[in-house]
Design a protein around this ligand. Structure first.
Ligand SMILES: [Zn+2]
Length: 326
């Protein structure tokens, strides 16, 4: 059979993503089987999710600096083959969704851990993309409360697409729900955990310590599994420890090296602190993401510090990795 342009496209995808997924440490989590998330033909066969009831696709494994060839933060929770929740929407994750053939209008909800740029920059891009679809159902967007320095999730979105916002031409999402309405749900970062149900999914959210930034950590219950998304934080608040206890998977952010002395160490957990948290919480599997060059360059030291605390399964995420939750 003579090769056609479609064969060449498939070959190019395999070469590009085969190379991309071989960067960094070996992983056991990229397996066979279709996650059902793709609708754009060839892309779905390139890097499929494991054949699991629940899986997490890493859309962006990087932080705010563009020197790491990673998208900023974003994760897709896939349940029984369907992409259900987007957790954070940093720069580059709109492109990653497109590469996977996942249309943003298919999401059941978006969870925003905090409004830092590397967690929200693509949120409006996804809405704009979805505005070309047939979706009419409201889209829940869950995010943190605000304070004098940082807007709450509703104010944050209004500042962009509401009256007087730079993109007020997209204000229909807030007003008459045209093409569909955003259901902006502000979750107080103070006090006890909040529980939100989206169909059969149960989402627990609680405030987490990320310096002066109002921030949330999430634990999602889906198909009998529990996935903890720590977000950016120091991992030293007992409320999130309780929420994440015995989670099947914890995604923790690896933003600082073990001996970092700068201000970022007051915003993020060091590897030893991540390990200590994972051990105390008894999480069954640990994935590090939100890498930064400074943390990856010192990973040998970081891994030793983390391993001194936690001996369970540990992997480093790359963009487009998929982790089964078992
Ligand atoms: Zn961040």
């Amino acid at each position: 059979m003579r090769p056609t342009w479609r064969h060449l496209v498939v070959l190019a995808h395999v070469l590009v993503w085969g190379c991309a997924s071989s960067r960094g440490v070996p992983r056991s989590a990229t397996a066979s089987a279709n996650d059902g998330a793709s609708t754009l033909g060839e892309a779905e066969h390139v890097d499929p999710c494991p054949n699991a009831q629940v899986a997490v696709r890493v859309l962006g494994s990087g932080g705010p600096i563009v020197d790491d060839a990673r998208a900023s933060t974003g994760y897709l929770l896939i349940v029984e083959g369907r992409p259900r929740l987007l957790i954070d929407a940093g720069a580059g994750i709109a492109l990653r969704l497109g590469q996977l053939g996942v249309s943003p209008e298919r999401l059941d909800a978006v969870l925003v851990s905090h409004v830092h740029v590397d967690h929200t920059a693509d949120l409006i891009s996804l809405l704009k993309s979805a505005s070309f679809s047939e979706r009419r159902a409201p889209l829940p967007v869950l995010g943190p409360s605000g304070d004098t320095r940082f807007p709450a999730i509703a104010a944050f979105v209004h500042a962009q697409i509401g009256e007087g916002g730079a993109w007020s031409y997209l204000g229909g999402f807030l007003g008459e729900g045209e093409p569909f309405a955003l259901d902006l749900r502000e979750l107080d970062v103070r006090g006890a955990a909040r529980t939100t149900s989206i169909d059969e999914l149960r989402i627990e959210a609680v405030g987490v310590p990320h310096g002066p930034v109002p921030a949330l950590g999430f634990v999602v219950h889906a198909a009998g599994r529990r996935v903890a998304f720590g977000g950016d934080q120091r991992l030293d608040d007992p409320r999130f420890l309780e929420l994440a206890r015995d989670a099947d998977l914890l995604i923790a952010h690896h933003a600082v090296p073990e001996t970092h002395a700068g201000v970022a160490a007051r915003l993020h957990a060091r590897p030893s602190q991540i390990g200590a948290f994972a051990a105390r919480a008894g999480v069954r599997r640990l994935v590090l993401s939100h890498h930064m060059r400074r943390s990856l360059e010192r990973w040998t030291e970081g891994e030793a510090a983390l391993r001194a605390q936690y001996s369970g399964p540990l992997e480093l995420a790359e963009d487009l990795d998929c982790f089964a939750v078992e």
